[in-house]
Design a protein around this ligand. Structure first.
Ligand code: AHR
Length: 532
């Protein structure tokens, strides 16, 4: 059995077994209970972690392949039902996932994007070459006004990633002025002339994207210097708060983080603020998007679970520079990345999305919930038709992927108090090296008298019985929904768009204030527990 405790060590005297080094299986009970066929979760209601910021449930939409053009933007004259050019089927489906924030316009695209190309009459907007994503012609039909409109339609906060690689501090400060100044300046008047007299009030601003790579190939020290310059002019116009997000590491690159913060703190004592720090982690693939063995099923889940290590190690380094924990940890790109599909442009990063991707999403979101005291935002890559999309479109057709259903199921966590969970679970051995994946993953949150638990049974073929004991409260009743399929490769297609979708879960039995649930193989379950 493994004992897995959610969250970050808070105090040396914590009664709860905690991660020492970020490995999910850092704490093991000696090999007792080999025959124990029931896993256990202790939900410590008296130990709230922090509020789960809704922005953990964020998305990322880049000018890449058919994410924006075709996926979101079809234009006012399209036969596809739209409002002001934005397709309505997508708006409806996305709204059900409660997307708290959307990051735009990239990605790599951001550091080659000049925002003034994307405002004003559409017919007069310049046509540019999209360098990174197939050198296709970017018409700029979708620009700042269209992006803000999308955000308003689905109820998301806009997060704009600025251009450090090929842009200037002036270009970024002008963009912020265009968006946020109430009126009176040339830029704010231009916004009004473009149909938006009221300011857009964009809070989240990225100071570049992947500046260690496509965003300019900076060293951490060089980027720190650029960060200082850009952040100085990323202005709070009219005193409106803005949240500046620095480019963090590629995966769990601890060297980048240490060197970036060392340069900022050692050489630039008067450095301007840094509110958020964003890592990117793609867990990649094993096999292909739809073809994989059982070992490859576990291999990819194992890679996804390394997000825990990233969060634990990155936050530990950040703590040494920011002991008051005022800087939020963000993962503004994450997800699976499968090999290109024959017959599709490999630069468009289109991929199918199966139950395996859904489990990757659920495991990752559980990790973020469990670190709600540090992780303030995450943005899955990407919203539509690209990488681990929540929605796929083809012409006028649209479907919600298994990953999209996970976002619908997890929505009640948004804004609730994360509570600590301690798991006793078994490790499933896979592959020639005998690696292990825990069979159970969980996170929990409480809002008044409702406890929401999201549980993943990673086993490809075996169900899992779980006893859930509450500390600091009793369960009165419970219901739930589950995402499962009889085949680990199951996915939605335009011929069968609802093959994978949530169904009512077998209601857990409540006995003496504890719960007994049965989790189907390869499934994600949300339990809604009414507390006595
Ligand atoms: O999401 C696709 C690309 O992956 C992004 O443009 C880039 O930031 C990352 O490398």
């Amino acid at each position: 059995m493994l004992t897995v405790s959610a969250g970050f060590p808070r105090s040396a005297g914590s009664a709860i077994c905690a991660h020492a080094d970020g490995a999910y299986n850092a704490c093991r009970t000696p090999s007792k209970d080999k025959e124990d066929r029931m896993d256990h979760i202790d939900v410590v209601l008296v130990e709230p972690i922090a509020e789960i910021r809704p922005t953990i449930y964020g998305h990322f939409a880049e000018h890449l392949g058919e994410c924006i053009y075709g996926g979101i933007w079809v234009g006012e004259d399209s036969a596809i039902p739209n409002r002001d050019g934005i397709r309505l089927d997508v708006v409806r489906a996305l709204s059900r996932m409660r997307p708290a924030v959307i990051r735009w316009p990239g990605g790599c695209f951001a550091d080659d994007y000049h925002w003034q190309d994307g405002i004003g009459p559409r017919a007069q907007r310049p046509r540019r070459v999209n360098l990174h994503w197939g050198e296709v012609i970017e018409t700029n039909a979708f620009g700042t006004e269209e992006f803000i409109r999308l955000c308003r339609m689905v109820g998301a906060a806009p997060y704009i990633c600025g251009n450090v690689g090929s842009g200037s501090p002036r270009e970024m400060r002008d963009w912020i002025e265009y968006c946020n100044l109430a009126g009176g300046s040339t830029w704010s008047d231009a916004r009004a002339a473009n149909g938006s007299p009221e300011p857009h009030d964009v809070t989240y601003w990225g100071i570049g994207n992947e500046n260690w790579g496509c965003g300019g190939h900076f060293t951490p020290e060089d980027y720190a210097t650029e960060y200082r310059r850009f952040a100085t002019f990323a202005w709070s116009f009219g005193g409106k708060p803005i949240y500046r997000i620095a480019c963090g590491p590629a995966g769990n690159d601890t060297d980048w983080t240490r060197r970036f913060f060392t340069k900022l703190r050692r050489d630039y004592h008067r450095t301007p603020g840094i509110e958020g720090y964003a890592a990117h982690y793609y867990c990649g693939t094993a096999g292909t998007a739809t073809e994989y063995t059982v070992d490859q099923w576990y291999e990819l889940l194992d890679k996804a679970l390394r997000m825990e290590e990233l969060v634990v190690q990155q936050r530990a380094i950040m703590d040494t520079f920011d002991p008051k924990r005022s800087i939020g940890l963000i993962v503004d790109e994450w997800g699976t990345w499968h090999p290109p599909v024959e017959g599709r442009n490999p630069r468009f990063l289109w991929q199918q999305n199966t139950m395996r991707d859904a489990l990757v999403a659920a495991l990752t979101l559980n990790i973020f919930n469990n670190h709600a005291d540090k992780v303030v935002m995450s943005n899955i890559a990407q919203t539509i038709n690209v990488l681990q999309a929540v929605i796929l479109t083809e012409g006028d057709r649209m479907l919600v992927t298994p990953t999209g259903h996970v976002y619908e199921m997890y929505a009640p966590h948004q804004g609730a108090q994360a509570v600590r969970t301690v798991l006793q679970t078994s490790g499933i051995e896979y592959g020639a090296q005998g690696r292990r994946v825990p069979q159970l993953s969980a996170s929990g949150s409480q809002r008044e008298k409702t406890l929401t638990l999201t549980l993943v049974n990673t086993h490809a073929s075996a169900p899992l019985a779980v006893e859930i004991r509450l500390h600091g409260g009793d369960a009165a009743s419970a219901s739930g929904i589950t995402l499962r399929a009889d085949d680990i490769h199951a996915h939605n297609t335009f011929a069968a768009p609802q093959r994978v979708q949530p169904v009512a879960a077998t209601p857990p039995a409540v006995h003496k204030g504890a719960l007994h649930a049965e989790l189907p193989p390869a499934s994600i379950t949300r339990l809604d527990v009414a507390l006595a």
